[in-house]
Structure formats: C-alpha cells, structure tokens
Design a protein around this ligand. Structure first.
Ligand SMILES: Cc1cc2nc3c(=O)[nH]c(=O)nc-3n(C[C@H](O)[C@H](O)[C@H](O)COP(=O)(O)OP(=O)(O)OC[C@H]3O[C@@H](n4cnc5c(N)ncnc54)[C@H](O)[C@@H]3O)c2cc1C
Length: 197
C-alpha cells in the first residue's frame, strides 16, 4: 500500500470502526468481481481497501475524506451486474452498503423506505409480508437497492410494470464531496422511497 492509502485506512477506522475496514485481500475476494463472464470482466486493482459504513453520515465522511485525498471510490451493491460496473479497477476504496439494509413498508400509502444495501429479495419479502407486491425482477434477488437504482434495472416484467425508475419517488444521495442531498418524496431515513402496488 502507498502512504496515501495507509493514511486513509486510519481515517476509515476512525469513521466506521476497525472491524468494518478490510485490508486483507483474501477477505475481499468476492467484492472484486460481479456476474460478468470471466473473459469480459475487467481485472481488479492490487491496492484496495474495503469499507462497510452503517449510516449516511458515515458514507458522507468517507466520501469527503476520499475526495480530499483524491482517492477513487467504487460503490458495490450485490455484485450481480453483467458489465463489470462495480469492479474496482484502480487502487482505492470499495464502498459496500450491505450493513444499511433496513426496509420500512408504509402499507396505507403503498410506499416503502429502503436503505441502499437492502436486497431486492428483502424488498420483495417485505412487500409480500404487508400483502403488497413489488413487481420489478431483473433476475437476481441479491441485487441491492443502490445497484437497482444506479443501473435503472429492468428484467422480463419491465414490459408490463416498467423499470426501477418508475418505482423511485425520492432518494437521499451523498455526493463525492460528502454533501447529502434529499430529493423527491417524504424521506424518513437513508435512501429511497419505493412504491409498491
Ligand atoms: C441472472 C441475472 C439476470 C439479470 N437480468 C437482468 C435484467 O433482466 N435486467 C437488468 O436490468 N439487469 C439484469 N441483471 C443485472 C443486475 O442484476 C442488475 O443490473 C442489478 O440492478 C445490479 O444491482 P447490484 O446491486 O448487483 O449492483 P452491482 O452489480 O453491485 O453494481 C452495479 C453498478 O451500480 C453501482 N452501485 C451499486 N450500489 C450503489 C450505490 N449504493 N450507490 C451508487 N452506485 C451503486 C456500482 O458501482 C455499479 O456501477 C441480471 C443479473 C443476473 C445475474
């Protein structure tokens, strides 16, 4: 690791706690690839840090620190993409939001508030438990809300029900500078308000 990344490791430990900063390659192997066929997938870089924040505030602090030090950040979701989009191709930080996986369904308003690291499978189950139906299904229920939104996922049901953007009523986003924006509908906590039918 270069000096800059060594310094960043300490910053990240201060932000999220030591146990959520991974530097050993053998513990981050599954974060270096997605479902792209081996022959087509780009290779991951050598010097990487994997960090797992638990809140929007921590994400904001991470992005601000990385931006100040000009260190690239690679957000990963469920790593089900088929175009290598989440593969960390340069030295830098892999940002996984898997700990941010809460979902609250508002049955009366046919809405849900889902954190970015919740999976499609989690959302389908939460809707089902509330006697509702979340129709989007791109094929792999391990995909996360953040990944579904950033790729505007579709799938075979898109012909009848539309694509992910049709179900997003509001988002909380963190810009690369660390600034937090709330856009769209009534936001109760991190992330997206999703409409269920
Ligand atoms: C069997 C199979 C079938 C599929 N069928 C379809 C299909 O029919 N239609 C379709 O659209 N897709 C399909 N996919 C692809 C994939 O499931 C979708 O693109 C899905 O939306 C990716 O979500 P993910 O969480 O796995 O994202 P990842 O693969 O982890 O990442 C995808 C991109 O999103 C970015 N990203 C992830 N999380 C965040 C975040 N929180 N904030 C900012 N950026 C983020 C990553 O940096 C990357 O650029 C299929 C995949 C499989 C394996």
């Amino acid at each position: 690791m270069t000096g800059k990344l060594e310094e960043m490791i300490e910053n990240l430990k201060d932000i999220v706690g030591e146990e959520w900063v991974v530097t050993k390659r053998e513990y981050m192997e599954s974060y270096l690839r997605d479902e792209t066929p081996d022959a087509l997938r780009p290779s991951a870089a050598d010097d990487l840090i994997l960090v797992k924040p638990s809140s929007t505030d921590e994400v904001s602090q991470i992005l601000k620190a990385a931006n100040d030090m000009r260190i690239p950040v690679f957000p990963v979701g469920g790593r089900t993409g088929l175009v290598g989009g989440c593969v960390p191709t340069e030295r830098g930080i892999i940002l996984s939001l898997e700990r941010m996986n809460k979902i609250e369904v508002d049955r009366e308003n046919l809405m849900a508030v889902a954190e970015a690291g919740a999976t499609l499978g989690d959302l389908i189950k939460a809707a089902d438990d509330a006697d509702l139906f979340f129709p989007l299904h791109p094929g792999d229920e391990g995909a996360q809300i953040g990944g579904l939104i950033s790729t505007n996922a579709g799938g075979v049901r898109a012909v009848k029900y539309g694509v992910m953007r049709n179900y997003v009523k509001g988002v909380e986003v963190v810009l690369p500078t660390g600034e937090i924006l709330n856009l769209g509908g009534m936001l109760l906590k991190t992330l997206a308000m999703i409409s269920c039918i």
